[in-house]
Design a protein around this ligand. Structure first.
Ligand SMILES: Nc1ncnc2c1ncn2[C@@H]1O[C@H](COP(=O)(O)OP(=O)(O)O)[C@@H](O)[C@H]1O
Ligand SMILES: [Mg+2]
Length: 232
C-alpha cells in the first residue's frame, strides 16, 4: 500500500528539463516562444529580473521557470535562477543540488551570492537554491537585504529569474512582484479555474512589476499558439 501511495505522489527528484534534454523538440520551441514574447511585451525596457507564479500549487510554475532559464541561457545570456519558493522549494531537485546553502541563508546574512551560487551543466546558467526552509519567508523576501541582493544579482547577471509560491496562498509572490521588472502567470489546462486565475491576476496587477503575460501549461494540442508539455 505504501508503494501505491508513493506512486501517486509527484516525485520531485525525477524532474527533467526538456529544454536541456531535447532542445529541438516542439515543447522546447514553445519555451523559446515564451522567451520571445517576453521581449515583445517589454519593448521599452530591458527585463533584468522576472518571476513566475500561479494561483495555486502544481500548476507548473517551477517547470516553466526552470525551462525558461535554460532557453535564456541558450541565447548566451548570463542567467541566474533563484528559488524564492521558500515554502515548497524544488529548484534543487531539478538541478540535483544539495540545498545546504541558498537564498534563505543569504537573506539572514549567513552567506553571500558568490558563496552560495551553483554552476550548472547548462552553459551560462547559475542557480541559487532555497536553502533551509525559514520560519518567516514573507518577512525575508520583504527585507532590505532582499533589495540589496537583487541589485547585486542584476549587476552580475544579464537576467535574474525567480521561482515563487502560489500567489493566492501567501503574499510572497506579490512581495517579489514589487521588486522585479516583470511577472508571468502560469495557468494549467484542465486544472486552474477561471476565478482563481482572475484573482491571481488581480493580486499581481497592483504590483510594481509589469504583468508580462500568461503561460498556458499542459494544453495537449499541437496548436501553434499554445504552449504544451509532454513526455516525448
Ligand atoms: N504540462 C505538464 N505536463 C505534465 N506534467 C507537468 C506539466 N507541468 C508540470 N508538470 C508536473 O507537475 C508537477 C507540478 O509542477 P510544478 O512545475 O512543480 O508546479 P508548481 O511549481 O506550480 O507547484 C511536477 O511533477 C511537474 O513535473
Ligand atoms: Mg514550484
Amino acid at each position: 500500500m505504501a508503494r501505491r501511495k508513493n506512486h501517486s505522489r509527484p516525485n520531485n527528484k525525477m524532474r527533467n528539463l526538456i529544454t536541456k534534454l531535447n532542445p529541438k523538440s516542439p515543447i522546447s520551441e514553445q519555451y523559446r516562444t515564451i522567451r520571445t514574447n517576453i521581449q515583445y511585451a517589454s519593448v521599452d525596457e530591458t527585463i533584468k529580473s522576472l518571476l513566475v507564479t500561479s494561483s495555486g500549487p502544481g500548476e507548473g510554475k517551477s517547470t516553466t521557470i526552470a525551462n525558461l532559464a535554460v532557453v535564456y541561457a541558450q541565447t548566451g545570456k548570463k542567467v541566474l535562477l533563484i528559488d524564492a519558493d521558500l515554502r515548497k522549494p524544488t529548484v534543487h531537485y531539478t538541478f540535483r543540488l544539495d540545498n545546504l546553502r541558498g537564498l534563505s541563508n543569504i537573506l539572514v546574512g549567513e552567506t553571500t551570492l558568490n558563496d552560495s551560487v551553483n554552476r550548472t551543466d547548462v552553459e551560462n546558467l547559475d542557480v541559487i537554491s532555497c536553502g533551509p526552509i525559514p520560519p518567516n519567508p514573507s518577512e525575508l523576501l520583504a527585507s532590505r537585504k532582499m533589495d540589496a541582493f537583487l541589485r547585486e544579482a542584476t549587476d552580475a547577471y544579464d537576467i535574474v529569474i525567480f521561482d515563487t509560491p502560489p500567489v493566492l496562498a501567501v503574499t510572497d509572490a506579490q512581495i517579489m512582484a514589487n521588486i522585479v521588472d516583470g511577472s508571468l502567470l502560469v495557468v494549467r489546462s484542465g486544472q486552474t479555474n477561471i476565478e482563481a486565475a482572475t484573482k491571481a491576476k488581480e493580486a499581481l496587477e497592483p504590483a510594481k512589476a509589469k504583468l508580462l503575460g500568461t503561460v498556458l501549461n499542459g494544453r495537449e494540442k499541437k496548436a501553434s499558439n499554445y504552449y504544451y508539455y509532454g513526455t516525448n
